[in-house]
Design a protein around this ligand. Sequence first.
Ligand code: SAH
Length: 251
Amino acid sequence: MTQPRFFVPPDWIHERQVTLAGDVEHQVRNVLRLRPGDRVIVLDDTGWECEVELTRVERDGVVGQVTDERPATGEPRTRIRLYQAALKARRFEFVLQKGTELGVAEFVPLVCERSVVGDVAEIDARQERWRRIIREAAEQSRRGRLPILRPTAMFTLACQEAVDAGALTLILSEHHPPLTLKQALERARSEDGRAPAAVSLFVGPEGGFSSEEVYLAAQYGIVPVSLGPRILRAETAGLVAAAGVVYALEL
Ligand code: SAH
């Protein structure tokens, strides 16, 4: 059986003793019905994983002992930040879940000119549910760090911030920009002599980015790139781009 994995707050681990609480405690005791002697992996979001042997599984508490600590293997070297224009809640959830599996480090919902007001309004109301989706996907896919869900950002501020962060920043455009994602990544690698440490990707809403937005992004030095001749849905485009970065730089 693959060992169950749980992200926990760091203060649950104290001098190699782990005290589980809340939902994790419930999972271990009532859902998985684990017993003293069983092992789980506990992650404190530092990139390390602790192997834990349960020592006590009772109604009034679940406690374990750390038996081994090692770096988690699921983190990509490249830090991928996905600026994804607001989508219908269910589609956004799909992006969060699959993006986490693919190795995205940060998600930033974006408000663009053609964003649908209802889609934007839904985002901040669902933060808690969405953090849970990310956590579960991170546990399932054996990430060592929890991807961050950032507050919704306006397009222009996001451009500024992405560039200030020093990442290679690309805006996905379906209007045949001169470079493909692959070419942009290859060019960055040959200019610097090494793969970029961080890549930020801007993905537009269902109606696409306006030409002003693509122009404005270019003013910030953000490079427009294509994912090929087919028009992808917004949620597909972000995931394909993230997978493309992983393929080009990690595999
Ligand atoms: N409404 C537009 C399509 C928008 S697709 C139309 O029908 O013409 C939504 C977003 O996905 C776009 O803003 C872009 O960021 C991304 N996207 C979709 N297909 C793409 C492609 N082939 N290349 C690059 N980006 C793409």
